[in-house]
Every structure is written in structure tokens, then in C-alpha cells.
Design a protein around this ligand. Structure first.
Ligand SMILES: Nc1ncnc2c1ncn2[C@@H]1O[C@H](COP(=O)(O)OP(=O)(O)OP(=O)(O)O)[C@@H](O)[C@H]1O
Length: 713
């Protein structure tokens, strides 16, 4: 008897705890929604209007990029011991699989690389030869020249800017930095995870140096970014952790760094800088004064930092630094669109070199002190043309006005097999995704790693809830990441996915740029990205550093309409050298998935029938979770409602604005390249289909203000 009681009471206790946790989770979700968007109007019945709230937002999209916050230590992921040897062999084997990746320049042969750096590269990273972008930029960067470099995703751009930077900082003749008393280099990155990743790589390099350096001359990295307490930055930037003063390299997301520079920072109340520099009789009163002395700045993912939400912060930060002529500026990305080139040539990002004269551009070669390196689309982009360039670098190849905007297909795509399919109806959104995941697992149940992009953070959250609470595919190796999560959860999810052998990461665009998750087998995009550049960066999470990869673009029903309209208008011709996934014949149709979605016929009857049964099974398996959504599950139902509203707001925001003369006012905004020719009411129809696919019986209520902002009232 008593033993039974003892057994039961813990169970009861756990049941109660489980219920409490669920209720808490649900409440949190409700609160987060109350702060966010209001709803949408159902398309096939009158809109249900909710009373007005305090501060509604029309935009569903997260700012997936840093908007300020706090600072923290970055994650450390270092290879040690036997891992190093394994890593070295694996990396080398992978790199050799891509003959266009590596040059003949071996790290061990270069005497202008410090022996400790060489050891770090070989033992810590497992690398032997330079990639092309590394070889072509190293010599010029070492001379202190500014560089604008473009090289495809996963070709080692991070080390391309870290290596020469570290070598220059170590050169005491240059007097670029004094350990603890100045910051040698500021590196800006558009997302927190990317900043952490860069800092990790710098730290591996520094570890090899620090073993040989006296304790008062240790090299250090600080990584600061939004979403954590500012006080943490203070400790990092004043050497509170190591007692070592300022870091050698500061990696930061723009908004957070700007917060410190603009004066509100607790850093400016700290007198450490004064004390240090008073000894040298220099007056340094604020953190901005310290940064003004930094002579090397790197903009990783340059085009992202100089566009959209980051542009303002980045340019302001550059304004705090030494003038372009007096600093070294290293600009790296896989994509440099024309607008960014124009900005670079006309602003003070780099030393001015192109003058505008009555609409004609005149090149002033004598002013051209920076090097432009384009490893994409260059006619020399062949393995045997990758001979050492290094110190014998040719004179500045001034090609800022070059017409290359994207790149030839072959270059970006040679390591990635790209496919697409189109949803017939938005209610297929979830079953299609489930079928894609199951098919990938069936392909190789021991080695699947899938990164799935969704259009907005709230959709990521809901899909994650749907898959994990619904326990459709097991919940242990699925993670979510988007800007609505706490930074600690983001960091955990990112690290877990990085270390996982098998796994699925549901993500917003926070994972689109720069992140080097190893061994991703498939990148799935549920909906078109907002630009061709985003497409390139998203698929570039696979097929990196010599690996091969696969990507699948799942277009939504109205995205196909756009494609067809463009074709009818004859606007389907590709400009040479311009990447456009929308019109690209090298993206093959995923015939199996398309047949599941009734997109096209299928010749192979046997394959067809088994395909059907997989998709059908997915549909069947989703029913129990849909039932939970329908019957008011505390998390799933509210999540589905939030996702519905997010979908609506996100896609209404991409509608081409109405003609002023016809409608009087423009009520919604246009977002980047992703313009849809839909009417808001048509988006409502698709949103309702999406809602039905989640299991919702009714479209949620919406606020009047929200509806009117969307142009639905
Ligand atoms: N010389 C090299 N040989 C082989 N692998 C390398 C070399 N240099 C870097 N790598 C590896 O290549 C991978 C991609 O590097 P990195 O993240 O710097 O690429 P990237 O060009 O910055 O990509 P993205 O454009 O996506 O930001 C990393 O795992 C890195 O360790």
C-alpha cells in the first residue's frame, strides 16, 4: 500500500508541475502576443474587429538583426587533443573535394605568417592551404590597404580578414595597438551568432599566441551584442574578466556598439580609460575616444551592414572612427549589390576614388588606395589559375564600377544542388514541410541536418511548437532560432545545432548570413526570400568549404503567380552576370514533391505511389496536432493565431503599394525586392488557407487599427 502511495505521489506531483509549466508557457505566449501584432480579417466573411489596443504594430517581421541590448561573453567551441587531428583530416578532405576552393599557397610556406598563427591554422583549424580569397587579399591587407572583397559563401572569408589583421597587430613597428590600452581592430557583424562565431575563431588563433606571451601582453577578444546586460560589456571592455584592460579585437553587432559610442553607456562612467591614458599624458575621456584611435575596421557581410536596418548604425560607427584615409577598412561579402557599390563609392566608407561628374563617372586612379578583389565571376576562376598572389599582388584593380552585380550561376551553385516546388494551396504548408523532413531522414537517417527558413520569427516559433508539442518528429533534435528569443536561448540553440550530428533548425533570417554550421545536408526555404542576395546567403549555409549540399525553395502559391506574370510579360530574360533565383533554369523542379502537391505529373508509377503514401501519411499524422489547435490548446492555438496574423502582416507588407492617384494614400509599405502583385484581400485568402492548414477553425479577431493599416477596412 504504502509503496503504491509513494510511487503515485511523485507522479501526481510531476503531473501538477507539468500542467503548471504548460500554463506558464501559455501565459508567456499570450503576453508576447499582446505586445505584438493584431490580427487579420477572414477573407470569406466580414472581418472580426477587436477593441483598439495601446500600440499595435503593422509589421509582423522581427527585426532579425541586432537592435541593441546587452553584452556577453561568447561561446567557446574549441577543438582540443584528438579532435584536432580528426578535424584537420576532415577539413582537408572536404576542401580537396572542391578544386576551385584551395590555392597552391600553403600556410606552412608563408614566412609572413607568424609561426604561432601557422600552428593555430594547422592544429586548431586543420587547414593547410589558403583559399583563393585568402591568398588574393592577404598581401595587400598586410600592407595596410583597404579591401573590398567578394567571394562565394563558405570560402573562408573570416580567416581572410582575421589573419592579416592579427599579423599587423602583432607587428610592434606599426604601433597599431598597445595590449590592454587600445583596441586594435573593430569587427562589425550583422547578427549576434555571427559575431560570436567570428570571436571564437579569433580566440582560437590568439590561444596559440598567448601561450608564448607574458601575462601583461595577452591577446584577447571581446564580443558584444544586443539582448544581454550592458554591464557585461563593461566587464569585457575594461578587462574585468582578465584584468587585462581593453581587448585586442572587439567584435560587435552595430546597434550595441553604437549604444556605447553615443554616450549612454555605463562604459563612459568608468574611469579606467582616463587612468590608463593619463599615465601617457593623453586625454581619453570616453569609449568613443578609444574607438577613434582604432586603425583597423572590418565589415563582415558588408552589404548587409550597409543596407536595411543596419545601415544607419554602421555609418554612424564609421563616423566615430578615424577617417577612411587614416584607417584600414576591410569589406567582405559573398554579394555586393550595385546599390551598395554605389554607396561605398560615394560615402566615406572607403577612401574616395570615383568622382561623379555631370552624371559621368571618372576614375581617379591616383586616389585608389584600396584593392577590390572579386573571386566570383572572374574569368580566372579556375583551379590552375590560383597561383600565389600574396606579396606580389598586382596593382590596385579598381573595378568599383564593374557591372557585376550577382554572379554567374556556376560559381555560386557548383557545390549546391538547388531545387524548387510550388505549393498549390497554403494549407499544404505544414504537410509539405513534414514530408520534406521525413524524406530527408529516409535518405540518410544517420546524417541529416536540415536548416529551414521561414519568413518571420513568429512563424518559426509556431512551427517549432507545432512540431515539438505535437511531437511529430521527436522533439530532441529540433531547435528554433529567431530574434524573439532570449539571447541565452538563441546561443544554446545555435550551439546545439552546431554540435549535433543529426538535427533540424527552424530559423528566421538570423541564420541566413555567415553562420558556419557544419555538415548541413539540406537548406529548405518555406517561402521566397526577400532578395536574390538573401537567397544566395541562405543556400550558402550548405555546400561550404569543399562540401556538397542541397537546397529546396518552396514557393507559396502567390509567389508562383508572380513568376508566371513575369514570364507572360516577357520579363523573364536574365541579365548576364545577374543572379535571380526566380528565373533561374539551374534551379530544378523537385518532381517528387511537386507530384505530392499536384504540381506536375509523374512518370514513374511505382515511385509515384510510394511518394503519395508518404505525403498522405504526413497529412494523416498531422491530424492529432491539428485537433489540438482546433480544440484550444493553450500553446498551439494561440501560436497558430499569432502565426496567422504574422503571415498576413508579413505578406501584406510585401504588396506593391497602390497607386496614389487611385487609392489616395499608401497604407502599407514595400519590402525590398519581394514585391507581390496581390491585393490585401487576396493575401487574406491565402492566410485563411494557412490557418486552416494549422487546424484553426476560425480566423482570429483583429484590431481595427491593424486592419485599417493593412488597407483591409
Ligand atoms: N584555407 C582553408 N581551407 C579549408 N577550409 C577553410 C579554409 N579557410 C577557412 N576554411 C573553412 O571554411 C569554412 C567557411 O569559412 P567562413 O565561415 O569563413 O566562410 P565565409 O566565406 O565567410 O562564408 P559566408 O559567406 O557564408 O560568411 C569554415 O569551416 C572554415 O574553417
Amino acid at each position: 500500500m504504502s509503496s503504491t502511495k509513494h510511487n503515485e505521489s511523485p507522479h501526481a506531483f510531476y503531473r501538477i508541475m507539468e500542467t503548471l509549466v504548460l500554463i506558464g508557457f501559455g501565459l508567456l505566449l499570450l503576453i508576447s502576443q499582446i505586445e505584438g501584432l493584431a490580427g487579420s480579417s477572414p477573407p470569406r466573411r466580414p472581418p472580426r474587429i477587436r477593441p483598439r489596443r495601446q500600440s499595435p504594430s503593422t509589421s509582423s517581421s522581427d527585426s532579425d538583426f541586432d537592435t541593441g541590448g546587452g553584452s556577453s561573453n561568447h561561446n567557446k567551441s574549441k577543438a582540443t587533443g584528438n579532435d584536432r587531428e580528426e578535424l584537420r583530416v576532415r577539413r582537408h578532405e572536404q576542401a580537396l573535394q572542391d578544386p576551385s576552393l584551395l590555392t597552391t599557397v600553403r600556410f606552412s610556406d608563408r614566412t609572413d605568417i607568424h609561426p604561432d598563427t601557422r600552428r593555430a591554422l594547422e592544429e586548431g583549424f586543420g587547414l593547410r592551404a589558403m583559399t583563393r580569397v585568402q591568398a588574393e587579399t592577404y598581401g595587400a591587407a598586410l600592407e595596410g590597404r583597404s579591401i573590398l572583397a567578394r567571394s562565394r559563401t563558405g570560402t573562408g572569408k573570416t580567416l581572410a580578414f582575421l589573419l592579416p589583421t592579427i599579423e599587423r597587430l602583432l607587428d610592434s613597428d606599426l604601433d597599431l595597438y598597445q595590449p590592454g590600452r587600445s583596441i586594435g581592430c573593430v569587427i562589425l557583424a550583422p547578427t549576434r551568432e555571427l559575431a560570436i562565431q567570428i570571436a571564437d575563431q579569433a580566440e582560437i588563433l590568439f590561444d596559440y599566441h598567448n601561450k608564448q606571451r607574458p601575462s601583461n601582453k595577452q591577446l584577447s577578444v571581446a564580443c558584444i551584442y544586443g539582448g544581454v546586460k550592458m554591464q557585461r560589456d563593461v566587464r569585457l571592455l575594461t578587462g574585468g574578466y582578465r584584468g587585462a584592460g581593453l581587448p585586442t579585437i572587439l567584435v560587435a553587432t552595430p546597434a550595441r556598439l553604437l549604444e556605447h559610442l553615443e554616450g549612454n553607456s555605463p562604459l563612459n562612467k568608468n574611469h579606467r580609460y582616463n587612468r590608463n591614458h593619463q599615465q601617457e599624458q593623453r586625454s581619453k575621456n570616453s569609449f568613443a575616444d578609444v574607438v577613434a584611435d582604432t586603425k583597423i575596421v572590418v565589415l563582415d557581410e558588408t552589404d548587409r551592414l550597409l543596407q536595411k536596418s543596419n545601415q544607419y548604425e554602421t555609418q554612424k560607427i564609421l563616423g566615430f572612427m578615424a577617417r577612411a584615409e587614416k584607417r584600414q577598412t576591410l569589406l567582405f561579402s559573398a554579394t555586393i549589390p550595385r546599390a551598395v557599390r554605389r554607396l561605398i563609392s560615394t560615402s566615406s566608407v572607403l577612401n574616395k576614388k570615383v568622382k561623379h561628374n555631370n552624371g559621368r563617372r571618372e576614375r581617379k586612379d591616383d586616389d585608389a588606395t584600396f584593392l577590390e578583389v572579386d573571386c566570383i565571376g572572374n574569368k580566372n576562376d579556375r583551379p590552375d589559375d590560383t597561383a600565389p598572389v600574396g606579396d606580389k599582388q598586382s596593382p590596385a584593380a579598381v573595378t568599383l564600377d564593374a557591372e557585376i552585380e550577382g554572379s554567374p550561376d556556376s560559381v555560386h551553385r557548383q557545390r549546391i544542388e538547388e531545387t524548387f516546388a510550388v505549393l498549390e494551396n497554403m494549407s499544404q504548408f505544414i504537410p509539405a514541410l513534414l514530408a520534406i523532413i521525413r524524406r530527408e531522414k529516409q535518405r540518410d537517417s544517420q546524417n541529416y541536418k536540415i536548416l529551414v527558413f521561414f519568413p518571420a520569427g513568429r512563424m518559426v516559433r509556431f512551427m517549432f511548437q507545432f512540431f515539438t508539442i505535437g511531437v511529430i518528429e521527436g522533439k530532441n533534435n529540433i531547435w528554433e532560432i529567431h530574434s524573439r528569443m532570449s539571447q541565452s536561448s538563441r546561443t544554446r540553440a545555435s550551439a546545439a545545432f552546431r554540435n549535433a550530428r543529426n538535427g533540424i533548425l527552424f530559423s528566421s533570417d538570423v541564420s541566413a548570413r555567415g553562420l558556419d554550421y557544419p555538415d548541413i545536408s539540406l537548406v529548405v526555404q518555406m517561402g521566397a526570400p526577400s532578395s536574390d542576395q538573401d537567397y544566395i546567403h541562405r543556400i550558402g549555409r550548405t555546400g561550404r568549404a569543399g562540401q556538397v549540399g542541397r537546397s529546396l525553395l518552396v514557393l507559396l502559391p502567390f509567389e508562383r503567380q508572380k513568376k508566371e506574370q513575369r514570364r507572360q510579360k516577357g520579363g523573364n530574360k536574365k541579365r548576364p552576370g545577374k543572379v535571380s533565383y526566380r528565373n533561374d533554369a539551374s534551379i530544378k523542379q523537385d518532381r517528387q514533391l511537386s507530384s505530392w502537391l499536384n504540381e506536375c505529373g509523374h512518370d514513374d508509377h511505382e515511385e509515384m505511389s510510394s511518394s503519395k503514401s508518404l505525403y498522405q501519411k504526413c497529412q494523416d499524422d498531422l491530424e492529432s496536432t491539428r485537433l489540438k489547435v482546433r480544440s484550444g490548446h493553450v500553446v498551439l492555438t494561440t501560436g497558430a493565431e499569432a502565426a496567422y496574423k504574422t503571415f498576413l502582416a508579413h505578406y501584406v507588407a510585401t504588396i506593391k503599394p497602390p497607386n496614389k492617384s487611385k487609392s489616395g494614400t499608401k497604407q502599407y509599405t514595400n519590402r525590398g525586392n519581394s514585391v507581390n502583385n496581390l491585393k490585401p484581400s487576396e493575401v487574406l485568402v491565402h492566410a485563411e488557407d494557412f490557418a486552416r492548414g494549422t487546424g484553426l477553425a476560425d480566423a482570429p479577431e483583429m484590431e481595427e487599427t491593424f486592419l485599417s493599416k493593412l488597407g483591409l477596412l
